[in-house]
Design a protein around this ligand. Structure first.
Ligand SMILES: Cc1cc2nc3c(=O)[nH]c(=O)nc-3n(C[C@H](O)[C@H](O)[C@H](O)COP(=O)(O)OP(=O)(O)OC[C@H]3O[C@@H](n4cnc5c(N)ncnc54)[C@H](O)[C@@H]3O)c2cc1C
Length: 283
C-alpha cells in the first residue's frame, strides 16, 4: 500500500467541512490532492507520522467557480488551473492569471490542481502567489468558528502562508488600465517547475510607469515585492533604456538568496524581458 490508512471525509458544504475540521485532531485538508497525496507517500516511505483524517474540499459547491461581482472578480479556492486558463471573465489586468495557468505543468496536473492548493500548500516555488501579490488580491479565509477573515495576499505570504482556516476565495479588483508582464524560467528541462518567476503590474500614464508592483518569486522564500525596483520605475519613461538601467536598482537581497550565478543571471534576463514586454504594450 502506498499510503498509510486514514479516515476520509467528503463534506458537501462549507459549514459541514468547518464542523468536521473543528472536531478532529491530526487532520489535513485535500484540494486537488496533487501535493498532498505525494507528500503522504513520501512521509510513509520515511516512516514519518501521517494524518489520521483527510477532509476533501472537492464536493463543496460554494468553493467552486469564477464570478464577476461588479468591481471585483472572485476566484473560488477549488477552481482548478485549467478552469482559470479557460475563463472568459479574466480580462484586463486579470488576464495575467490565464497566462500563468497556461504554463503550469501538464494538462493532467492542471485538471486537478486548484488555486487554493497552489496558494496555501506552502511550497515556495508555486506561481500564483506572486501573481496574487501583483494584482493586490485579497484572500478570504473562514475559521472553524465560521468567521471570515480577509487578508491581502502580500501579508499572507509575508507571514509564510500559514493558516489554520479554510481558504475560500481570492477577490481581485478589475482594472483594464493596468498592464502586466509575466516571466518564468524553468528549473530544468525534465522537471517543469519554475526556477524563478516575476510578475509586474503597472499603470502606464503618459508613457510613464506608475503604481508599479514588482512581485518576485525566488522560489526559496515566499513571493515578495521588490520595492526598491518599484520606486526606481515609478515616474520613469517606459522605453528600451529603462530595461537596462533598472538592473542597477534591484533589492539584491531577494535575487541573491540561495542563488547560483545562473539563477542570478536568469533574474536579470527576466527583468529585462518584463520591462521590454511592457514597452511593447504601450506602443
Ligand atoms: C508534477 C507537478 C508539476 C507542477 N508544476 C507547477 C508549476 O509549474 N507551477 C505551479 O505554480 N505549480 C505547479 N505545481 C503545483 C500545482 O499547481 C498545485 O498548485 C499544487 O500541486 C497543489 O494544488 P492541489 O489543489 O493539488 O492541492 P493539494 O495537494 O490538495 O493540497 C496541498 C495542501 O494545501 C492546503 N490546502 C489546499 N486547499 C486549501 C484550502 N482551500 N484552504 C486551506 N488549505 C488548503 C492543504 O494543507 C493541503 O495539504 C505542480 C505540481 C505537480 C505535482
Amino acid at each position: 500500500m502506498l499510503l498509510k490508512p486514514f479516515n476520509f471525509h467528503a463534506p458537501n458544504s462549507l459549514e459541514s467541512a468547518l464542523q468536521t475540521y473543528g472536531s478532529l485532531q491530526n487532520v489535513k485538508l485535500q484540494a486537488g490532492g496533487t501535493f498532498l497525496l505525494n507528500g503522504l507517500k513520501t512521509m510513509k516511505r520515511k516512516g514519518a507520522k501521517t494524518p489520521q483524517h483527510i477532509i476533501s474540499l472537492a464536493h463543496i459547491p460554494e468553493l467552486k467557480g469564477i464570478e464577476d461581482q461588479g468591481d471585483y472578480v472572485v476566484v473560488k479556492s477549488m477552481t482548478n488551473i485549467d478552469e482559470i486558463y479557460d475563463s472568459p471573465l479574466l480580462t484586463g489586468n486579470l488576464r495575467v492569471l490565464r497566462v500563468v495557468a497556461r504554463n503550469i505543468s501538464s494538462q493532467l496536473i492542471r485538471n486537478m490542481a486548484t488555486l487554493g492548493g497552489n496558494l496555501t500548500c506552502r511550497y515556495t516555488w508555486t506561481e500564483m502567489p506572486a501573481v496574487m501579490i501583483a494584482l493586490q488580491a485579497r484572500m478570504h479565509f473562514t475559521g472553524v468558528d465560521g468567521k471570515e477573515e480577509i487578508v491581502p495576499a502580500e501579508e499572507f505570504f509575508k507571514n509564510a502562508a500559514k493558516t489554520d482556516k479554510i481558504f475560500t476565495q481570492a477577490s481581485i479588483k478589475k482594472d483594464k488600465d493596468i498592464s502586466f508582464a509575466y516571466y518564468r524560467a524553468k528549473k530544468s528541462l525534465p522537471v517543469d517547475i519554475p526556477l524563478l518567476s516575476l510578475c509586474v503590474t503597472t499603470r502606464l500614464l503618459k508613457g510613464k510607469f506608475s503604481q508599479t508592483i514588482v512581485a518576485v518569486n525566488n522560489c526559496v522564500a515566499f513571493a515578495q515585492r521588490d520595492r526598491k525596483l518599484e520606486d526606481f520605475l515609478n515616474g520613469k519613461a517606459v522605453d528600451q533604456a529603462v530595461a537596462e538601467t533598472a538592473l542597477e536598482h534591484l533589492d539584491e537581497s531577494i535575487y541573491a538568496a540561495r542563488g547560483t550565478d545562473y539563477k542570478k543571471y536568469m533574474f536579470r534576463v527576466g527583468i529585462r524581458h518584463v520591462l521590454r514586454d511592457l514597452t511593447e504594450k504601450q506602443r
